[in-house]
Structures are given as C-alpha cells and as structure tokens.
Design a protein around this ligand. Structure first.
Ligand SMILES: [Zn+2]
Length: 414
C-alpha cells in the first residue's frame, strides 16, 4: 500500500545559508500578503477574485518589471504560498457554508515569527544532507532518519522555530501491511498517568516535562517584569520560546513512543493487537472548560488519537472508539455493575461483588472487552451468513445510563 508521510528533521545551515533561508521565508510571506491584498482588491472591484493559478500567472508577468528580486529565489516559493492561500480561502468558505464563523485569512506579520516556505521539484536526500532547489546542500542534524531509498519526495517545507531550522519532507512510500492478529488492547487515557493499557502497561508523563514547565513559569514571570520594547524583554522572549519548543518536543516524543509501543510495531503479526480501543473523549468540549484545558492540552489526547489512527493503518490494526456514553471506569468488569458513586479522585474502588479495581486498569480492560465482543459478534454474523443460526453478541452500549453518562464524559477528569 502507498502511504503519505512526512519526515521532519533539524537542519544545520551555515551563516550564508541561514541568511538565504530567512530571505526565502520572507519571500513566501510577501507572496502570501501580495496574493491576499490582490484578492481583496479584485473582489471589491469585480465581485470575484483570482485563484492560485491565475495569481501565479499575474505575479510572473510582474516579476520582470515591478518585482525583479523574485528571480533570486525558487519560483516554487511564491507558487506554494499562493496555493496555501487558495486552501485558506477554500477552508474559510467551506466553514461559512457549514454555518461556522471562521476568521478570514490574515496577513502574515514578521512579528509573529519567521515562518516557513515550501519547495517542490528536484529534491535529493543523502544520508546526512538534503539538496533543495536554488539553495543547495544542507546538512541534516540526524543521520539516517530520512530514508534515501524507496520514497518518492513530493515537497520539502523549511521552517524556523525558536532559533532552530527544520525541514519537513513530504513523501509517498510503498509499505507492506500485514494484518495484526494479536489480542486487542484497551487504552485508558488520564492526566496523572498518560495512558494505561489493558495488558497492564503504563505510560507515565516524563519528569523532564514537569521540569521544563517549571522553567517556563519562571521565564514567563521574568518576561512580565521586563520593560516593553526593551532589549532584555527580547532576550527573555527568546528564552520563553525555547522552553515552549522543548515542551512541545518532549510531548511529541513521549506520545510517539507510547503509540508505537502500543502498536508493538517491531513484533510479529500474532503479537500486534488486532484492535486498539480508546474512549471517545470530547476533547474540544473539555478544552473549553478553562480549568481542565491546561491539563488536557498537556497530555495531548487529540494528538494521541491522531497518531493511533494513522499508525493503526501502518501496522495492520484497527482503531475502535468506544461510545461516548460507555462508562468505562465505573463498570465492574466482573459482574457488570455500574458504580455511579465513583469520583475522579477515587483511584481504587471495591464493587459490591467484592472485586477490587484499579480505576485506570479496570477502564482499560473494559475497553478491551468491547473489542473482544465486537470481534465475536462479527464472527457470529459471518457464521450466520453461512446458514448457521447463532445469535450475535451485542456490543455493550449504556442505553440505560445516557443521562448520568453525560456527567461521566464531562466530569471524568475531576
Ligand atoms: Zn462487581
């Protein structure tokens, strides 16, 4: 199967290259702003505006006269910016049609960062370097991460973040997918422990994250004391940006390690889970709750799910998301009772039937059992189709507890 994927690596430009990259990012930002201004003008005059292809043509005719400096950079840079602008327009109008109230595409300011630019065309990758059109060879800081064979490179996006330059290589890659056949795994996401699996594995939030967060708070306090427009304020702002990036890096790294480990990517088919079950957390809704927002964004639930979604395709597994009203943590996995008095602070609870539960592990096992039942009922249906009369096992749904369960989905993390 052919998949699309990206490899992002830090690059190590020398001073001359650094200046060039800055200029390229500037050209990309300029083209976006030029395109946006033109579109607004055109719309005022004629009631419609040009698309990316028309705008690129217009820009090319202006290149010789008004903007000769554009010849200094790859023609891809303005072209890709105009394409992005096109996409921004399309997204805007799609959302308006859907009855949402999105923000209109904005002009890009240097103040909000150096930004990025995208190149297509002849891109070559070797073990520790990449060749970009009109820029030349750039050293990669990680050797051997980006495959040099078996990929078809579509584009490369160069961006800057807190003083570091990165390249993200978009490519097509042919991979062989074999169906995983191992036991399903249920995953309970939490704030204290990032994830608990039904097989007992736990993924903690790294200590480095907490340390970096403490540092961030210190720098932010420092920033608030600095005089506006001063040199020291700029210095502190850079420090804050660096720690922000470090936190993001740690978080991403932890999530990737956890999701890859859950997928058991290096194991044989029979040991990789055929199904992964997650709860359907209403992340967007919870993030609106101000107090919960920090804790939830920290753990990156949405990102966790996104990674599992695409990794499950790569590793021949299936991602199942439990019904939002499934009371995973309050259901006793032995007798099927629901403990409606369970509070978020209860890490352990005893059911009337005598079973003692670890809250998170019980939830993870309940989720896993959903998959087990789903597989069983699927099998039963298949047998049914063959003429045998077997009643399919019903996938558990908490129809009787719809009302209390909305409290479950919103109040779970308290
Ligand atoms: Zn029980």
């Amino acid at each position: 199967m052919e998949i699309l994927r990206a490899y992002k690596v830090e690059i190590d430009p020398n001073n001359i290259q650094r200046t060039l990259l800055l200029q390229c990012a500037g050209a990309a930002r300029w083209a976006w702003n030029w395109g946006l201004a033109r579109r607004i003008e055109e719309y005022k005059e004629t009631g419609r505006s040009s698309n990316a292809i028309e705008q690129h043509r217009q820009l090319n005719t202006l290149k010789g006269g008004k903007y000769p400096w554009l010849y200094l950079y790859s023609k891809c840079i303005p072209q890709e910016s105009l394409r992005d602008l096109d996409k921004a327009y399309q997204n805007f109008f799609r959302r308006v049609k859907n009855g949402e109230t999105p923000g209109f595409p904005k002009f890009k300011s240097k103040k909000s960062g150096i930004g990025s630019f995208r190149l297509t065309g002849a891109i070559r990758i070797e073990d520790n370097r990449i060749r970009l059109p009109r820029i030349g060879w750039l050293r990669l800081k990680e050797r051997g991460y980006v495959p040099t064979e078996g990929i078809h490179v579509l584009s490369a996006t160069v961006s800057e973040s807190a003083g570091r330059w990165l390249v993200s290589i978009q490519c097509k890659r042919e991979i062989e997918i074999t169906q995983a056949t191992g036991e399903p795994v249920g995953v309970d996401l939490g704030i204290k422990t990032m994830a608990v699996c039904s097989d007992g594995r736990e993924f903690e939030n790294p200590k480095a994250l907490r340390k970096a967060q403490a540092k961030l708070r210190r720098f932010q306090r420092e920033l608030s004391r600095r005089k506006k427009g001063g040199k020291n304020r700029e210095k502190t702002r850079k420090k804050v940006a660096k720690v922000h990036q470090r936190i993001a890096n740690i978080r991403r790294d932890t999530l990737h390690k956890a999701t890859s480990s859950i997928m058991a990517k290096t194991k044989p088919d029979s040991e990789r889970p055929r199904m992964i079950v997650l709860e359907d957390l209403n992340v967007a809704g919870m993030v609106k709750n101000h107090c919960l927002a920090q804790a939830i964004s920290d753990v990156g639930f949405a990102e966790f799910r996104r990674q599992l979604e695409y990794k499950s395709v790569w590793y021949g597994s299936e991602l199942m998301v439990a019904d939002r009203f499934f009371p995973s943590s309050r259901l006793c996995r032995h007798c099927g009772c629901i403990n409606s008095e369970l509070r978020l602070s209860d890490r352990e609870w005893t059911c009337d039937c005598g079973a003692i539960h670890d809250r998170d592990l019980n939830a993870a096992i309940n989720l896993k059992n959903l998959a087990v039942r789903a597989v069983r009922s699927e099998r039963a249906e298949r047998q049914n189709a063959c003429g045998e009369e077997i009643r399919p096992a019903v996938v558990w749904r908490a129809a009787s507890s719809k009302q209390e369960s909305s409290a479950e989905s919103h109040g779970r993390f308290w």
